[in-house]
Design a protein around this ligand. Structure first.
Ligand SMILES: Nc1ncnc2c1ncn2[C@@H]1O[C@H](COP(=O)(O)OP(=O)(O)OP(=O)(O)O)[C@@H](O)[C@H]1O
Ligand SMILES: [Mg+2]
Length: 299
């Protein structure tokens, strides 16, 4: 569905996307993860044909983004990171106007809009100006708008940001349903639990580059292990751990020990190292993310 090779985007002298290569297969949910400013939105905008690439290859549905924008845009559903709803119109009118870009006949559009408003639970707000919606409601309306043309490929830039848990679960269900119907979905998110649940494959980006690519569970297994033993950080504990062969990392006032045998490690720590507080938890995609992108906050 999407093929990128040495794809590059510059803003003046600044390289926002730095020669990245990836493929998105038909029917999969593909994720872009990365800290603020990593280049996720910039990449997605090139896929959506709203921001031209500078170098490299980018094909969507086998078509070149530089020459087939109109065709590609017609087959895509897009949920942008920034709200770009029309502030002068109601919820319903926003959807109706948007449906005209796809030449959907009015009668048909009206039916689709009713269904979509039900789905995102905005029926009661259909005559409300979009400026008067809550943040989460605006996101839900943007999702409904992205689905108007029954797209084969959905591009969702942080779809659930600001949504309450109910709405978030609803979106997850919808993404899974769309996928089961053979649709392809590309999404970015800072909610790593969401990425872990939804994505078949994902990339972690930073500074415009792809650092790693894979399936969520395989990435966790390969780079972290299945479990993490967390213990209080103190000099005695550290010097004791250094004597063992455990793989560990100091994270602020906690020590993370990466292991596939948490019980054994925990018992050993409690017995030999005299750790005060020890907990065992499952390794998550967040651990992988922090391992690759570090713990420092971005500009
Ligand atoms: N129109 C623009 N002009 C100049 N620089 C830009 C422009 N758009 C984005 N950038 C820069 O490109 C880099 C990548 O931005 P991008 O929006 O792709 O990040 P992101 O990964 O989506 O981050 P976030 O998680 O915050 O949404 C940033 O350093 C940003 O400041
Ligand atoms: Mg972004």
């Amino acid at each position: 569905m999407i093929e990128a090779e040495a794809l590059e985007k510059r803003y003046g002298g600044f390289i926002a996307v730095d020669k990245i290569s990836f493929k998105v297969k038909e029917g999969e949910v593909f994720g872009f993860l990365g800290p603020n400013g990593a280049g996720k939105t910039t990449t997605m905008k090139m896929i959506q044909c709203v921001s031209p690439k500078d170098f490299g290859k980018l094909e969507v549905f086998g078509m070149d983004v530089s020459t087939d924008q109109r065709k590609i845009k017609g087959l895509l559903g897009v949920m942008p990171q920034e709200n770009n709803l029309d502030p002068d119109f109601s919820v319903y009118q926003n959807l109706l106007i948007y449906s005209r870009y796809f030449n959907i006949p009015q009668r048909k559009a009206e039916n689709i809009i009713e269904e979509l408003l039900d789905f995102v639970m905005l029926n009661e707000k259909k005559d409300t100006l979009t400026t008067l919606l809550s943040g989460g409601m605006k996101r839900r309306l943007l999702l409904a708008r992205a689905l108007l043309n029954n797209p084969r490929l959905l591009v969702l830039d942080e779809p659930t940001v600001g949504m309450d848990p109910q709405a978030r679960h609803l979106i997850w269900d919808k993404v899974k349903k769309l996928r089961s119907q053979g649709n392809t979905i590309v999404l970015s998110t800072h909610y790593l639990e969401e990425a872990q649940r939804l994505c078949d494959r994902l990339v972690i980006m930073d500074n415009g580059k792809i650092l790693v690519e894979g399936k969520p569970l395989e990435l966790i297994k390969e780079y972290i292990g299945t479990e993490i033993v967390e213990a209080e950080n103190n000099p005695a504990a550290l010097s004791c751990l250094e004597k063992t062969s455990s793989k560990f990392e100091v994270v602020g006032d906690t020590i993370h020990v990466y292991t596939d045998e948490p019980q054994r490690v925990m018992n050993a720590l409690l017995k030999e190292c005299d750790f005060g507080k020890v907990i065992v938890r499952r390794a998550t995609l967040e651990d992988v993310f922090l391992k690759f992108t570090g713990r420092k906050m971005r500009d």
